[in-house]
Design a protein around this ligand. Structure first.
Ligand SMILES: NC(=O)c1ccc[n+]([C@@H]2O[C@H](COP(=O)([O-])OP(=O)(O)OC[C@H]3O[C@@H](n4cnc5c(N)ncnc54)[C@H](OP(=O)(O)O)[C@@H]3O)[C@@H](O)[C@H]2O)c1
Length: 218
C-alpha cells in the first residue's frame, strides 16, 4: 500500500514516515518543496540503512504524493491543513485520509483545545473532503520519541471514523507499527474527545517536568 505523509518533513511526519516504511508500507514523503522532501528522504534512508532496514521511501510535492498514494496522512499544522485539503479535495476522492491534527492554542501558561465550529479538526476535514474516507488517529503520539528508532514504547492509539472499512484499514496499519496498539474510539465525532487529550498531555509535561508523554489504557 502506498502511504503519503503530507508534511512528512515535519515533527510528527518524521516518525510516521520512518515507522511506516519499517512496517513495510511504500511511503511517499509529501512537501510543498520538492528539494526539502528530497533532502529529508535522503536523511531517512541513511538512518534506516544504518539500522539495517531495507525500505521503500520516496518523495513528491504534496499534490503529486496525494495523486500517487492509496492513503494520505495529514501531518500538517491545523492552521494550514484546512486550506491544503481544499486544494487536494479532488485528488483525495475515494481515498482514506488520516487526520492526526490537533487544533489548540496557548492560554496563559497552558494550552487549551481550540476546535473549529464543526466540533473537531477531523470533522472539519471531513466536511471539506466529502468524498474521502476520513479517519482520525495518532493525536497523542509524541513526535520526538516516535522518531527515535532506539526508543521502545507501548502506546495506545484511539481511532475515530464513520466508515467501517476505512477504520479497519487504519487499525491494521497502526497494528503493524511496533509499540502501538490501535483502539476503536467510535465515530468521527468522538475525535473531539481524543484531540483534546493532546493539550492535556502537553500541560502535564510542562507542569511536571515530564517528557514525551503519551497514553496507555490499563
Ligand atoms: N508534533 C507532535 O508531537 C504531534 C503529535 C501528534 C499530532 N500532531 C499533529 O500533527 C500535525 C503536524 O504537527 P507537526 O508538529 O509535525 O508540525 P510541523 O513540524 O510544524 O509542520 C509539519 C509540516 O507542515 C508543513 N507546512 C508548514 N506550513 C505549511 C503551510 N502553510 N502549508 C502547507 N504545509 C505546511 C511543513 O512541510 P513542508 O515545509 O515540507 O511543506 C512542515 O514540515 C499537526 O496538526 C499536529 O497537531 C503533532
Amino acid at each position: 500500500m502506498r502511504v503519503a505523509v503530507l508534511g512528512g518533513t515535519g515533527n510528527i511526519g518524521i516518525g510516521l514516515s520512518l515507522r511506516l516504511a519499517i512496517a513495510g508500507y511504500d511511503v511517499i514523503v509529501g512537501s510543498r518543496d520538492i528539494q526539502k522532501a528530497k533532502t529529508k528522504v535522503e536523511e531517512y534512508k541513511e538512518l534506516l540503512k544504518s539500522k539495517g532496514y531495507r525500505v521503500t521511501i520516496d518523495y513528491a510535492e504534496n499534490k503529486e504524493a496525494s495523486r500517487l498514494c492509496d492513503l494520505a496522512i495529514l501531518a500538517i499544522p491545523f492552521k494550514h491543513a484546512y486550506s491544503l485539503v481544499e486544494d487536494l479535495k479532488n485528488i483525495l476522492e475515494e481515498k482514506i485520509v488520516i487526520s492526526p491534527i490537533v487544533p489548540m492554542k496557548k492560554n496563559g501558561k497552558s494550552f487549551i483545545y481550540d476546535p473549529p465550529p464543526e466540533g473537531s479538526a477531523a470533522e472539519k476535514i471531513a466536511s471539506i473532503l466529502e468524498n474521502s474516507y476520513v479517519v482520525s488517529a495518532f493525536h497523542t503520539i509524541p513526535a520526538k520519541r516516535f522518531a527515535d528508532l532506539d526508543s521502545e514504547f507501548y502506546w495506545d492509539v484511539p481511532i475515530c471514523g464513520d466508515d467501517g472499512d476505512a477504520k479497519k484499514t487504519v487499525f491494521k496499519i497502526i497494528n503493524n507499527i511496533d509499540g502501538l496498539r490501535p483502539l476503536d474510539a467510535g465515530p468521527l465525532s468522538s475525535s473531539r474527545l481524543v484531540e483534546s487529550l493532546t493539550p492535556l498531555l502537553i500541560n502535564l509535561s510542562l507542569r511536571n517536568n515530564l517528557r514525551d508523554l503519551s497514553i496507555r489504557f490499563v
